[in-house]
Design a binder for this molecule. Structure first.
Ligand code: NAD
Ligand code: MG
Length: 394
């Protein structure tokens, strides 16, 4: 039985994690739930799963939630702010923390969870992109498990089971290609937020959906795989596979390629992580190659001249240190500005490139500590926001 603290329980991954728990309630207890501000969704989850503690980042919303729970006769303690998230991540009664917060905000709670000896089931890829060099050594030092939830990394992990790491030649990370696959640069100039939010195969939160449209999601995943599997970024290839049936592949040194297949649903990778090293019950309807209705499965290279953020992510991941921290922070700021209608689609990429270019010399040689990572994230956001403010459409 796993005793869970679910950070970001009201989001897409958080809700699907609770779907797994709902289907197999005797295999889990829910100890803590956290969210940013959606207290209506959190209230319903608390009524159903009765955690000991919950936390809401937004202080005012937390104060609204407390009396509602009291009136309903529910004793769940309500915490708030960043500290509330960390308290839920380090709760004595939980043994596993599900990292389902979006963005850099997920890093500190996960860091503290590892420090306090929890296993981590991680969806929040930005944690590894921005701070993989501090998180992964800590995981090894504390002897806890890092259980990947991101579907590609779950696929790679499942393929690697039983294989010797030195026999791995390359990782072939698959990508749907997003809504703008096949487009030219000129066609990307005027795409709208609505166009970018229309993902062809996956239903996900807003930030990752935009990252899929710019293909930065694949860039982040290359760096995530580098940290999880200790392999250089140059040995990770992106394979565009629009049908999203194969969730990633590995090539062994003898040339054999192993792949993991399934429906495009995050429930299965979440389940694989939470039941490791066992296998759980069938929760999603199993993939049936005859029912899938696919007349062919196709593979294409990723056009990094059109989707330039992928190229930048390769460079940032290879250079390591705080370069990916800067890239991630600038990307988060730019994606939020795009979603708010403040900048155009290609301005996301320009903001990220300019921020990395401006900050790279200042961060080289800095010690890699949690404080340095957090400070660099802050500085990069300030710089990215300055670029964004200069580009506001009036
Ligand atoms: P989402 O936006 O749907 O949900 C995010 C959750 O985090 C919500 O509960 C929200 O309240 C909470 N949150 C937001 N800002 C916060 C903050 N500052 N502090 C604390 N909590 C905060 O996002 P999602 O799509 O579920 O993605 C979560 C993470 O999982 C992301 O890192 C994403 O890249 C990764 N991921 C998602 C999917 C998917 O299918 N959705 C697939 C693979 C990986
Ligand atoms: Mg993924």
């Amino acid at each position: 039985m796993r005793r869970l603290s679910i950070l970001g329980s009201t989001g897409s991954i958080g809700k699907q994690t609770l779907e797994v728990v709902r289907k197999a309630p005797s295999d889990f207890t829910v100890e803590a739930l956290t969210c940013g501000s959606d207290i209506d969704a959190l209230y319903d989850q608390i009524v159903e799963f009765r955690p000991k503690v919950c936390s809401v980042v937004d202080d005012k919303k937390a104060k609204e939630l407390s009396p509602r729970l009291k009136d309903a006769g529910i004793s769940t303690e309500v915490l708030s702010g960043k500290d509330g998230n960390i308290a839920c991540a380090t709760l004595e009664s939980s043994d596993t923390v599900v990292g389902a917060i979006v963005g850099f905000a997920g890093l500190e709670p996960v860091y503290h969870a590892v420090l306090s000896g929890k296993d981590i089931a991680l969806a929040n890829k930005e944690t590894l992109v921005a701070g993989g060099d501090i998180i992964m050594p800590l995981i090894r030092e504390k002897g806890v498990m890092m259980l990947p939830i991101d579907s590609e990394h779950s696929a790679i992990w499942q393929c690697l089971k039983g294989e010797k790491r030195e026999d791995l030649d390359r990782i072939l990370i698959t990508a749907s290609g997003g809504p703008f696959r096949g487009m030219k640069r000129s066609e990307l100039e005027n795409v709208t937020v609505q166009d970018a939010l229309h993902h062809p195969t996956w239903n996900m939160g807003g930030k990752i959906t935009i990252d899929s449209a710019t293909m930065m999601n694949k860039g982040l995943e290359i760096i995530e795989a580098h940290h999880l599997y200790g392999i250089e970024c140059s040995r990770i290839d992106v394979v565009v596979h629009p049908q999203s049936v194969i969730h990633s592949m590995i090539r062994m040194k003898d040339g054999s390629v192993l792949a993991q297949m399934g429906k495009p649903s995050m429930v299965l990778p979440i389940e694989v992580a939470l039941y490791y090293p066992d296998r759980g019950p069938a929760i999603v309807k199993e993939f049936d190659p005859f029912e899938a209705g696919l007349s062919n499965i196709t593979f294409e290279p990723c056009d990094t001249e059109v989707f330039r953020l992928v190229k930048l992510a390769y460079e940032a991941g290879s250079r390591g240190g705080l370069v990916p921290t800067v890239m991630n922070a600038a990307n988060e700021s730019a994606v939020m500005a795009f979603l708010a209608g403040r900048i155009g689609f290609l301005d996301i990429e320009k903001t990220v490139f300019e921020t990395v270019e401006k900050m790279e010399s200042g961060i080289s040689g800095m010690d890699l500590t949690l404080e340095a990572v957090c400070q660099t994230d802050k500085d990069a956001r300030i710089y990215a926001d300055e670029i964004i403010n200069g580009k506001i459409k009036v």
